[in-house]
Design a protein around this ligand. Structure first.
Ligand code: FES
Length: 162
């Protein structure tokens, strides 16, 4: 049996998979097929191992930084940063129409805009990334994926209220 934290046979690491699957404009087009998605980039190219900064989203919606594998989502006065990969077996997530949340094209798991698991094969919520606000900027650490089942307190706190 494969749990959500162990690699499945035939699966490469999350970064390897996403590097292959998500490159350039084609990846953004694929991600936007199911809903409105904006492509974003870090305000300053990321230093190795450093945090990334984005402009605070002005309205509700989803933005994807494929280079850094970050989903940025503003919904009902809160901003979240998520790992781009599904927590089940690392498939790149897609958005659902009308900012209804996210779904995984592989095993059909669905998640609310705040990353809460709704249905499907996954066994936990989407992995959030540490996020803070610095004036009109959002600061995210793409290297620290917070799993809701392993660290529920940090997962719950990983948001910015606006
Ligand atoms: S990879 Fe299985 S639900 Fe996403």
């Amino acid at each position: 049996m494969t749990d959500s934290h162990s690699p499945c046979s035939g699966c490469s690491g999350r970064r390897d998979f996403l590097r292959t699957a998500l490159t350039g404009a084609a990846s953004i087009a694929a991600l936007s097929a199911l809903g409105p998605v904006n492509a974003i980039s870090a305000l300053v190219p990321r230093a190795a191992g450093g945090a990334v900064r984005y402009t605070l989203p002005a309205v509700d919606g989803v933005s994807i930084d494929s280079a850094n594998e970050v989903i940025l989502c503003r919904s009902h006065g809160e901003v979240f940063a998520f790992a781009l990969s599904c927590p089940h077996q690392n498939t790149a997530l897609k958005t659902m129409p009308k900012n209804a949340g996210f779904q995984c094209p592989r095993h059909k798991s669905k998640y609310l805009p705040n990353g809460t698991f709704v249905s499907g094969r996954a066994t936990r919520n989407m992995d959030r990334l540490p996020i803070t606000r610095d004036g009109v900027q959002i600061v995210v650490d793409p290297d620290v994926a917070l799993a809701s089942d392993l660290d529920p307190a940090k997962w719950a706190a990983a948001l910015v209220k606006i």
